[in-house]
Each structure stands twice: as structure tokens, then as C-alpha cells.
Design a protein around this ligand. Structure first.
Ligand code: N01
Length: 536
């Protein structure tokens, strides 16, 4: 681990895709850069989320950085790689670019305060180290603050209890254990699939059914890898021009272009391709038209129900009445979730009918008075997403107020990259970026490019402070909210809007107009000399 310096040009917080990309490019430009990473390894989310079954829901060709020298010498073995292989990929990046010498692991940033007299940030770590920097860039991701619901008695449980986002690095053996999984988002679905194969018993505690789509996992043999490699540059060139930052975008097709039979056949083909992109992009108006959305849900529901034996379970997992607009919550990708629920060692408790009243020494007690005994309780309960990653840090700007004070009631940003009263502070893959709707590496690159170019511009023009104008921030924030209101996301309670966290303001936290539109907008901004910002 590197010794901490007293002063650097740029301090990056977080060693995931964004942090590594910025470190590499800023270092190449001659800046003195350090990365502080809270985890004991690099990889961001793939360091923390090492629970059994954790794997990415974007395909391997899109889920990588476009840095020259990295992609040419790397091939994934599966189309949707798991956390272990993703960690190997990050180790490859580290080795190839020799990044480690500028990364301090186990170094959690807890506070940052702007020193207006020096135009510098004073950053503090949990261990009490203090570092000064001209620029601070938060690459803390959208999911670095796990959410654990307050359940009475949690501390009294004598077995093993962990949140999926804080899974022990040494792992937890699920074999022959009685396992409870609370939560049925992507994390819950993934761990249930693994546990069902080896555990004595798995009990799913479900509050809202997810609408999981088939992953259609594929092993990539030498031939498949060669073909993907041949098309890789094309993927990098095209993905920034798509809505979600991955290949596959909305078409102009409408359901009315098809007869009912053709429409079903068309959707069956898309469904069979796997992943959420084909189905999401099948009809242009699935996000905006109620009839299209209802039809898409009904297709999904009937397809899933056909795999589930028990009628009660069918209704729990794929209800007759659409629980929320299809795609208004991010659909997990499943490999055999709707099959393993038929197994005799898997059961489901609907916490709406039979709520969790407390955690006991032995397990979980429900409202019907039954104490369900477990060896392991998995909290797959999600994250205080997007804003949470930054507002958990005591970041104080020119007025002395914190980011928490500023964003708690109403988040406002300029281009999802900066916010007023916090000069020389950048954030990416975070508040008001294309975050929830954008492929991670693409979003990281697109937004980081603006940050890198801005820092270079300031050096070239001998500027020491950048600050977004209030009117520019108001205008961009209005845009985020106006576009967000046109979609269906507010009709579901999810991390997209903060509705998954009790007491959190429900608002649009991501730019939902598409990564392509976002990229055009910020490019224009850059070409106009970072219009919307004041420099000194
Ligand atoms: O979290 P989630 P996640 N009692 O918020 C339930 C990415 N990711 O970690 O829906 C009972 O989706 C909650 O119920 P409800 C991916 O982008 C990706 O699974 O609020 N249940 C919900 O079912 C994903 O979208 C992968 O009613 C409670 C669940 O917990 C994002 O991270 C893998 C509860 C939380 O689901 C988050 O996914 C993993 C309570 N008190 C994650 N409180 C990949 O595949 C909450 N819940 C890449």
C-alpha cells in the first residue's frame, strides 16, 4: 500500500471502473493523482458484492473499459461474468497500467472540506490522515451504501447474518444450511439460485415480486471469444451513441405494427435472446404507453407462470394484476429462479401477509407467531442508492453546509457532474448522471472524460477554481425532473427514485433521457468552454 501524500493535484475516491479510468488518464496528462479506496481490493462493487452467485447483468462485450492495451489482452469466459472473474479483470487492468502504486486500499474517506483561501479540498480518512488536493473526484458508484432495514432483535441472532453488499471476503458456506433471504431484487434472486442448489432449506421473504428476465448465460469458447474480439472496437464506438450505453437500442417498432400472433412471436424471440436489452428495446413506447406496458407485463407473467407448479406461488411471483409498470424497476436476470422455487427445499413467505416481527436468537419470527429457524440470514435489501454514496460522507463546501444538507430535500446538480457551493468537486455515475439507465463502464467513461478534460482545461488556462452557475444548475435539474416525469419510474418504489428507503425524498435521481443524449449535451458544453461554469 502506498504511503499517503500530504498534497496531490487530484484525489479520486473509489477504485471501481470510474476511479481507475480517471487515474490512468489523469496520470498520463502529468497530474499527481491518488485514489483512496475503502475496500481491501480494487473493483468497487465487485469487491464488496462477493456473495454466492453475484454476477453482472450486462454482457461481457459491453461491460469493460475501452482503454487501449486492456481490452486487446483480455477475454471473459462467460457472457455474463461472475464477481470472481470480474475481480481478475480488475487485476489485469491494475497490472497492465501499473495503477496500484497510486491506490491506497483500506482508506475510507469520511470528510472533505473546501478551503476557499487556497482553492483546495482538505480530505480526511477514517484513520485520521489529512490530504490536500486541488480537485476531488468522487467515483463512489451508485451502490456503496447498503441499506439494512431496522428489524427488532437483529443483534440477538446467534447464526450468521450479512448484507449482500458487505459479504465477508472469506465467503460463507451455504451447504446444508437453513438459509433465509430477505429481499427479491437482483441480489436476492442470485443468492437464492445458488443457495437452492446446496442448502438444506431456503426461505425467501418477499415484499414485492421482481420481474426477472432470463439471462441466457453462455460459455465463451475460443471461437466465440475471437468473434467478440473482432467486433469489440465497433462496440466501443457505438455504445456511447445508444440510450443505455450498450449495444441494442430502442427501435421505432410499436405493438400496432404487428398482429397479436406476430407480436407474441416477436416477443418470444426477444425473450429467448436473454438479458434485459432486447425486451426493453422491443417496442419504442414500453416506458410511456400504458397499453404496451400492460401487454409486455402480461407476456412476461404468462411465460413465467408456465414454469411454476404451485398456483399460490404463481400468483406471488407473477401476479395476475401488474404490481408496478413493467421495467419501472430494474429486472434482475435469472438463470433458474423460477425453476428452483418449485424445489421442496425452497419456500416463500409474503411479508405483506405475514410480516417479519422480529429476529430472534434462532431465526425470524413472523406475525402469525411462528419462529422460523435459520443458520444464515441474508439481507438482500438493497442500497441507499445514488445520492447515498456521497451524502454518507461529511462533504462541506463554500457555505459550510454539507452535501447531505443540500441534497436531502431536493438533489440539484449541474450535468450530474458538479453542484453549486462545492467548487472543484466532481462526481460520476452518481446523482443526475445517466446512472440507473446506463451501462457502468460506458457511463464511467463518458462522464469521466468531461472531468478529465475540465481539469486539463483549467491547467492549460491557469485556473484554480471551477464552480457551476446557479441558473445552469437549476436548468439542468429541471431537465432531469421534466424528462423523468415522462417515464413510469415514479410509479414503482425502487432505488431509481429513492422510494426504497424509508424517509428518503422521492425524486428523479438519474438523467433518464438516454446516455447518447447526455453525451451530446456535455460534449456541446465542453466545446463551448464548459459553459454553465464560472472559473477563477
Ligand atoms: O436491491 P433492490 P439489490 N422487508 O433494491 C427488499 C444492482 N445489482 O441489491 O421491492 C422485506 O433491487 C425489497 O423489497 P421492495 C442492480 O442494478 C446488480 O437486489 O422494496 N423486504 C427488494 O425486493 C440492482 O437493481 C446485480 O418491496 C425488503 C429488495 O429488498 C441494484 O444493484 C446484482 C425490506 C432490494 O432489492 C440493487 O439490487 C446485484 C424489508 N424491510 C445488484 N427492505 C447484477 O446482476 C427491502 N426489501 C449486476
Amino acid at each position: 500500500m502506498s504511503a499517503l501524500p500530504a498534497k496531490v493535484d487530484v484525489l479520486i475516491v473509489g477504485a471501481g471502473f470510474s476511479g481507475l479510468y480517471q487515474l490512468h488518464h489523469l496520470r498520463k496528462l502529468g497530474f499527481n493523482v491518488k485514489v483512496f479506496e475503502a475496500g481491501g481490493g480494487i473493483g468497487g462493487t465487485w469487491y464488496w458484492n462477493c456473495y454466492p452467485g453475484a454476477r453482472v447483468d450486462c454482457d461481457a462485450t459491453n461491460y469493460q473499459l475501452s482503454i487501449d492495451g486492456i481490452w486487446q489482452n483480455w477475454s471473459f469466459s462467460e457472457y455474463f461474468p461472475d464477481w470472481k472473474e470480474l475481480r481478475e479483470y480488475f487485476a489485469h487492468i491494475d497490472r497492465t497500467l501499473d495503477l496500484g502504486r497510486d491506490i491506497s486500499l483500506n482508506t475510507r474517506v469520511v470528510a472533505a472540506e473546501f478551503d476557499g483561501a487556497a482553492d483546495e479540498w482538505v480530505v480526511r480518512t477514517e484513520k485520521g490522515d489529512v490530504v490536500r488536493c486541488r480537485f476531488v473526484s468522487f467515483c463512489t458508484g451508485f451502490a456503496s451504501k447498503p441499506y439494512t432495514p431496522k428489524i427488532q432483535g437483529m443483534e440477538t441472532f446467534r447464526g450468521i447474518i450479512h448484507h449482500t453488499g458487505l459479504w465477508p471476503q472469506e465467503g460463507v458456506d451455504l451447504r446444508d444450511k437453513r438459509v433465509a433471504v430477505i429481499g427479491t431484487g437482483a441480489s436476492g434472486v442470485q443468492i437464492v439460485q445458488e443457495a437452492a442448489a446446496v442448502a438444506q432449506q431456503v426461505t425467501i421473504f418477499q415484499r414485492t415480486p421482481c420481474t426477472a428476465l432470463p439471462m441466457v448465460q453462455r460459455k465463451l469458447d475460443a471461437d466465440a471469444r475471437r468473434k467478440l474480439k473482432e467486433g469489440q472496437l465497433e462496440v466501443f464506438n457505438c455504445r456511447r451513441k445508444t440510450f443505455g450505453g450498450h449495444i441494442g437500442s430502442f427501435t421505432d417498432r410499436l405493438p400496432s405494427d404487428f398482429s397479436p400472433e406476430e407480436r407474441k412471436e416477436f416477443y418470444e424471440q426477444l425473450y429467448a435472446r436473454g438479458g434485459f436489452v432486447p425486451l426493453l428495446c422491443g417496442f419504442r413506447d414500453v416506458y410511456t404507453d400504458d397499453d404496451t406496458n400492460d401487454w409486455a407485463y402480461a407476456f412476461w407473467r404468462d411465460t413465467v407462470r408456465a414454469r411454476i407448479n404451485d398456483p399460490w406461488l404463481q400468483e406471488k411471483l407473477a401476479p395476475a394484476v401488474k404490481p408496478y409498470p413493467f421495467f419501472a424497476k430494474r429486472p434482475p436476470l435469472e438463470q433458474n429462479y423460477y425453476d428452483v422455487v418449485n424445489q421442496s427445499n425452497v419456500s416463500l413467505i409474503d411479508v405483506n401477509e405475514n410480516e417479519i416481527t422480529r429476529i430472534t436468537h434462532e431465526g425470524i419470527q413472523t406475525a402469525d407467531g411462528i419462529e422460523h429457524q435459520f443458520d444464515i440470514i441474508v439481507l438482500a435489501t438493497g442500497f441507499d442508492a445514488i445520492t447515498g454514496s456521497m451524502i454518507q460522507i461529511d462533504i462541506r463546501g463554500t457555505e459550510g453546509a454539507t452535501i447531505f444538507d443540500k441534497w436531502t430535500a431536493f438533489a440539484s446538480t449541474y450535468l450530474g457532474l458538479m453542484t453549486t457551493n462545492f467548487p472543484n468537486l466532481f462526481f460520476v455515475y452518481a446523482t443526475h448522471g445517466p446512472t440507473a439507465f446506463g451501462n457502468g463502464p460506458t457511463t464511467a467513461e463518458v462522464q469521466s472524460d468531461w472531468v478529465i478534460h475540465c481539469i486539463r482545461y483549467m491547467r492549460d488556462h491557469k485556473l484554480s477554481r471551477i464552480h457551476p452557475k446557479k441558473e445552469a444548475e437549476e436548468e439542468y435539474t429541471k431537465l432531469v425532473n421534466d424528462i423523468g416525469d415522462k417515464g413510469m419510474w415514479s410509479k414503482a418504489k425502487s432505488w431509481y427514485t429513492g422510494a426504497n428507503i424509508p424517509g428518503k425524498t422521492v425524486q428523479h435521481l438519474s438523467f433518464s433521457g438516454g446516455l447518447n443524449v447526455y453525451a451530446d449535451m456535455y460534449r456541446e458544453n465542453e466545446e463551448k468552454g464548459f459553459e454553465g461554469c464560472e472559473f477563477s
